[in-house]
Design a protein around this ligand. Sequence first.
Ligand SMILES: [Zn+2]
Length: 126
Amino acid sequence: MISPTKCPCCSGKDFTDCCEPFLNKTVPPSSPEALMRSRYSAYVLKNPQYILDTIHPSKRKYHRLEDIIKWSTESHWIRLEVISALKDRVKFKAYYRDKWGNAHIHVEHSQFKREKGIWYFYDAEY
Ligand SMILES: [Zn+2]
């Protein structure tokens, strides 16, 4: 029996039961944590358009697709660790290696905002 693929967001769930329906835009993520996890999966799977599309419309102008492409494709994503998820905020650590092979831990405290019932990434503190 072939075991189904685990989700890149490290939830322990199968990809089909976790981030895949969000990345396919079949359904929107139901919580800020689910959205944050799907954005990490989009980095792993090199889907920069999803990362841009899930930024709050009022903040999208501050992000450039080229920069997202650069960061997602030049980094080798290793592991995601969600530290806390409270209301509209999620704190997490993302482990990755840069294009020179150096290991990094990206620590972020993200804020999310709901617009017409859909969660978006709003802002971040590092
Ligand atoms: Zn996932």
